[in-house]
Design a protein around this ligand. Sequence first.
Ligand code: AOF
Ligand code: ZN
Length: 376
Amino acid sequence: MTAEPKSRADKRFMGAAIRFARRHQGLTGTNPSVSCILMDEAVSPPRIIGAGVTALGGRPHAEPLAIEHALADPRGAVAYVTLEPCAHHGRTPPCAQALIDAGINRVFTSIVDPDGRVSGKGHAMLREAGIEVSERIAADYAHPGLAAYLNQKTTNRAQVTLKLAVSGDGYLGLEGAGQIAITDQVARSQSHLLRANHHAIMVGAGTICEDDPSLNCRLPGLEGRSPVRVILDANGRSPLDATVFKTADKIRTIMVAPHDLEASRRNALAQLGCEFLACEMGKGLIALPELLEDLGAMGLVSILVEGGAALARSFLEEDLVDELVLFEGGMKIASSGKKAVASPVSPGNVPSGFEADYHLELCGDRMTRYRRIRNS
Ligand code: AOF
Ligand code: ZN
């Protein structure tokens, strides 16, 4: 058997680290979920002797966990870290120093940390200690998992994924018909996976009134990964007996409304366990860029916008959509006599500036993810 070329093995080991980091994605607050894999490459084939992922809540960081739980002495080992190891004394000492102290021989990293306390300094610390460092290994593969963190650090606001489920004839639903099935079970499971992978799910009051949704993740085993629910209600019209409010004691729920929201309504929401976030207004509507800044500062750095059509349109018009996920159902729905709700986007008219980067065929339905190409 011929030995695997070193550069290919590096990418493969980094790939394993990137997949391992997904374990705590969305569960580490404002901190990214990073992973560190320690390899003994003096043996053939190389073997993993340690692995760590940023702890729930964001600390400890990945590297000291990998070192602490290593199955063998990590001296001389090679580290694969999905983000540049930190260089600052925060609530924990610098991870670059932890790698140096552990006697790590070589470090591969994937993404340079944009955090001003770290950026470039983590790599420099390692090099100054005589450690060979290779950067940007499998960076394209690592990017989606760190995108929300990178976006928050560079733009100061939460990242937005807009999800739309469009029927075969281009509609989102029928007015007054409540929730209607656009896609089948397999596609719905994918949309619940999207919920599990985001910090928060956002809808407007119209969706609460029309659909009375649960907005949780109902995939078996992932119920605990339900995102925080954010309800936008500028005019106080969502009913207090809606499912989201009745379950606000179990899943964190935030009502976003103007600061002068009626006191009785505010108290009633508080009693149900629903938080209140006062927002800025502009032209009678909730100011979305400011709201995304507030949510980002609260550690909710990835937001899945799920409805309805008006909110989707506002996000698109204000150029606040970073990722667009389009589900296309096979069925046509417009024939039943009710007014159909047109979608602001359909597979044939995706706004310019978006590029498809992922596609799934889902038993008759389809899902395509488009990423906003931003010039940075
Ligand atoms: C790492 N490994 O696992 C993570 C890192 O508030 P602190 O002190 O925890 O620092 C937060 C910063 O640490 C965060 O902005 C990012 O730069 C880095 N995250 N670094 O070496 C990790 N999660
Ligand atoms: Zn660190």
